[in-house]
Design a protein around this ligand. Structure first.
Ligand SMILES: [Zn+2]
Ligand SMILES: [Zn+2]
Ligand SMILES: [Zn+2]
Length: 91
């Protein structure tokens, strides 16, 4: 019985992570410059929007042009465990 409860807790934790992603999918902004990104930009050829996944599995969107800056911010987040520095959103 104790084992069953532990399994449920793990599952609950796992389903909480994609929740963050869902929120981002509705309104996406580049973490490096704050520019608004449309979902189509990730599917465009070539894509003008990219998604960087950190070592914990969180996903951070960025412009293609901001890839270097965004990657260094995510790398810093992975190194320090602090939330990555995210630029203020604008439209
Ligand atoms: Zn950007
Ligand atoms: Zn927006
Ligand atoms: Zn992370």
């Amino acid at each position: 019985m104790v084992q069953r409860q532990k399994r449920l807790t793990k599952r609950e934790r796992k389903t909480q992570n994609p929740g963050t992603h869902e929120h981002q999918a509705q309104h996406i902004h580049c973490i490096a410059c704050g520019r608004h990104l449309d979902p189509e930009e990730f599917q465009a050829v070539p894509p003008t929007g990219i998604v960087i996944t950190c070592q914990h599995g969180s996903q951070f969107p960025a412009c293609r042009g901001c890839e270097m800056e965004a990657r260094s911010r995510v790398a810093e987040h992975d190194r320090t465990g602090q939330p990555p520095r995210v630029a203020g959103a604008w439209h």
